[in-house]
Design a protein around this ligand. Structure first.
Ligand code: GLN
Ligand code: ZN
Length: 755
């Protein structure tokens, strides 16, 4: 009797083997056959981890060389025209990454995770045909190793929902073209074995869908279920509840429904319907996207509650989502504090948790080892709950009594004082904070971390960089300067390292896209700032120039969104602690003579909840905490913020409510279109739209930037505009950055002369 289940497993490898192999191949230092070899080793290893842990439902086709939405596009033959002349792996990687003649396909975030998928490009005039090779091969590969897998697929409705139409129009109009290909796929899958289980992921169902889309569910799954009687279809959702879709799915012949009971607690409302339908319930109860050790007692209780409604024999115990979003294994965390390490579980450890939880739930006898594991789980959870390292009553008290929720003075008053004091012109020029991270700077940081160079040597290296950075900015005539962020390898980690309550891993890599992995820090306890974090660097930088040096901080919401967050406290409460710590930093900066401070909220937009009904709650604490962090800023201190995302229409009022004096935004790719909303709503604060795209090595000409500025001036008056490039100069080379910024400044001069 099969009883437990893993939605999907990470694939990059516990030592990032796949990443390394891919990057060697892209640099022409290895062959594709070599990548395939690495991939086979990894797949086998991952299947065996799951098998050894006693997992009954193990996936195939959760592996990918780049991205599984891209794999789905290939499976459907949805190849954009510009790649059609290419073949096999050359085509695959060109679609993902572009090549010297062709731009890559767009990439965007997978729901509210930090994983990015490739956005399929569809068109009504294209025909779609099946290419099932990868799916079939992967199934056989596992079977040859003695493992009968369930096959993971991205569902047709989610696929369409995540794609874009290059011929304009609604992607769902292509439903009739896509569904037959899925049916053909199922027909091939049916021949693989006596019986096959298919997990069809439809996470789009959690977003609360329009009636038209909802109406596709029944025809879709009625049709797929009739392809062959030897296929058991499970429709899986995660990250939120999907009650609207479940209501429909129970009336289709699907075999099972997979639901997330951690991030979608409201899924319990569907339990009675599921019971009545007699379908299997894949109950996501072990967190697939966080790093905390499961509380096994709590989880079994949750399962017992579920079992009040759904017959136990129909329940499978599962991870809440694919484990793709967690790091691999704690095995390599050699440096981590033992107490904290004992609170964590990565993907491999979660397998044992799922197995143990299911044994307890189904009242199987535990082995001696399992009994020990259970006891140590209880002990670890108890220790964590009571640990002094988590609870800091002084912080809790200060944060809950924090009353300064707002800056002094309204914008109109502040901006007059600031303009008088700072004396910048209309169309003031600046940049978003970072400058190119050279190999020397990276090496100095790494050496310092390892203890290979002294503090003095390290500081000299950083200061030299800052000096050069300032010299260049002065030379080219930029007006508000930055120090260039050489001391930061990451805009969140840098602050996390200096805040109490933050932990770091050595090997906690999580795939972000393709071969790229991130190693998010984790918040385990109450957050406080033992001492100033940026003041020394900023005052050094300011002492080297007569121009205004802009201080540079990462905002509370972004720090939170790019970290693993403790699960014993509401996100908004954690964010408030970070905000209070940042408010002290801002106060220290202004006392040290810094007159402009930028508080980056790069991840503000991506933190938005998946369901509209939860948005107002998020906005309430996110805005509150941004405002708390800048509440110490005096009227004369100018607060800038920055946001990367280029869709402001639905959040413009929220941005306005954040009450920053200046906001810079990433806009170069969308021209002045994006800016129109600022005018439409009568946005008063100042705005710095990126005037050129930094994501390309191309150097923009003066004329081109002049044109761009003129376009901006058609939307907003010169008094309201700042001129800056898009964010992320740190990812470019100096040879690209210098001429581009020189041209930007010249362009502003030309425009000013003609005003
Ligand atoms: N200050 C950062 C920079 O310029 C902001 C990065 C970002 O927006 N992601 O690189
Ligand atoms: Zn940005």
């Amino acid at each position: 009797m099969s009883r437990n289940y893993i939605v999907g497993f990470p694939r990059i490898g516990e030592q990032r083997e796949l990443k390394k192999s891919l990057e060697l191949y892209w640099a022409n230092n290895t062959t594709f056959a070599e990548i395939e070899k690495v991939a086979s080793t990894l797949k086998a290893r991952h299947w065996n981890y799951q098998k050894d842990a006693g997992i009954d439902f193990i996936s195939s086709n959760d592996f990918s060389l780049y991205d599984n939405v891209l794999d789905t596009a290939i499976m459907l033959g949805a190849i954009p025209h510009r790649f059609q002349a290419l073949k096999d792996e050359t085509r695959y990687f060109s679609m993902a990454r572009g090549n010297k003649d062709t731009v890559a396909m767009e990439m965007t975030k997978w729901f509210n995770t930090n994983y990015h998928y490739i956005v399929p490009e569809l068109s009504l005039s294209d025909n779609y045909t099946l290419n099932a090779t990868k799916i079939i091969n992967e199934y056989k590969e596992a079977k040859a190793l003695g493992i009968k897998t369930k096959i993971n697929l991205i569902g047709p409705i989610t696929f369409l929902g995540l794609s874009k139409r290059i011929d304009r129009g609604d992607t769902y109009e292509l439903f009739g073209k896509i569904l037959p290909v899925y049916k053909a796929l199922l027909a091939e899958i049916a021949m693989l074995d006596d019986s096959v289980t298919l997990q069809i992921d439809e996470p789009i169902f959690v977003k609360g869908m329009k009636p038209k889309v909802l109406s596709l569910i029944k025809p879709c799954y009625d049709a797929l279920c009739t392809v062959s009687s030897n296929i058991n279809i499970i429709v899986t959702t995660y990250f939120e509840h999907s009650n609207e879709a479940t209501k429909v799915l129970v009336h289709t012949p699907v075999w099972g429904i997979g639901l997330d009971f951690l991030y979608g607690r409201k899924n319990v409302e569907s339990l009675t319907l599921i019971q009545q339908s007699g379908k299997k319930l894949i109950a996501g109860v072990v967190d697939g996207r966080n790093i905390w050790k499961n509380n096994i007692a709590k989880t079994t209780k949750l399962l017992e509650n579920i079992a009040q409604k759904v017959a136990k024999k129909n329940i499978l115990v599962s991870s809440s989502c694919s484990l793709l979003h967690t790091p691999f294994t704690l095995r390599y965390e050699e440096k981590m504090d033992a107490e904290i390490k004992n609170w964590l579980a990565y993907a491999v450890e979660k397998l044992d948790e799922v197995s143990l939880v299911s044994k307890l739930f189904f009242k199987e006898t535990l082995s001696v080892e399992e009994q020990k594991a259970l006891q140590s789980n209880e002990a670890a959870n108890k220790e964590r709950q009571n640990s002094q390292r988590i609870h800091n009553t002084a912080v809790q008290k200060r944060v809950s009594n924090f009353t300064k929720l707002e800056r002094d003075g309204v914008f109109e008053e502040r901006i007059n004082i600031q303009r008088e004091r700072l004396g910048y012109k209309d169309l003031a020029t600046t940049t978003i904070g970072s400058f190119p991270q050279t190999p020397e700077v990276r090496k100095a940081r790494a050496d310092f971390k390892k203890g290979a160079i002294s503090t003095e040597a390290y500081e000299t290296e950083m200061k030299n960089y800052i000096d050069d950075c300032i010299a260049f900015q002065e030379e080219c005539g930029l007006e508000v300067l930055v120090h260039g962020e050489p001391e930061r390898n990451d805009m969140v980690e840098y602050f996390g390292e200096q805040l109490d309550g933050y932990g770091f891993s050595q090997n906690g890599w999580v795939q972000s896209y393709g071969s790229r992995c991130v190693k998010p820090p984790f918040i385990y306890g109450d957050i406080s700032r033992p001492k100033p974090m940026t003041v020394e660097w900023m005052t050094y930088a300011q002492s080297k120039t007569d121009k205004i040096m802009k201080g540079m901080l990462t905002g509370p919401v972004t720090i939170l969104n790019w970290s693993f967050v403790r699960d014993d406290m509401a996100r908004g409460d954690v964010s408030k602690q970070i905000a209070v710590a940042l408010s002290d930093e801002i106060d220290d900066l202004q006392k040290a003579g810094i007159k402009i401070i930028q508080v980056d909220e790069a991840a503000f937009k991506e933190g938005y909840p998946l369901r509209t009904e939860n948005i107002s709650d998020y906005e309430a604490w996110a805005v509150r905490d941004f405002k708390i962090s800048v509440s110490t800023a005096k009227k004369e201190t100018q607060i800038h913020t920055h946001m990367c995302y280029s869709e402001f229409n639905d959040i413009i009022r929220t941005i306005e409510a954040m009450d920053a004096d200046v906001i810079s935004i990433e806009t170069a790719r969308s021209g002045n279109e994006l800016l129109k909303i600022f005018k439409e709503v009568g946005y008063k604060q100042e705005v710095g739209p990126g005037v050129y795209d930094i994501h390309s090595p191309r150097i923009p000409s003066i004329e081109e930037i002049v044109e761009q500025i003129k376009l901006l001036l058609k939307v907003l008056p010169k008094e309201q505009l700042w001129i800056n490039p898009d964010c992320g100069l740190k990812t470019r080379k100096w040879e690209e950055v210098k001429p581009s910024l020189i041209n930007m400044v010249k362009a502003v001069e030309i425009v000013r002369e003609n005003l």
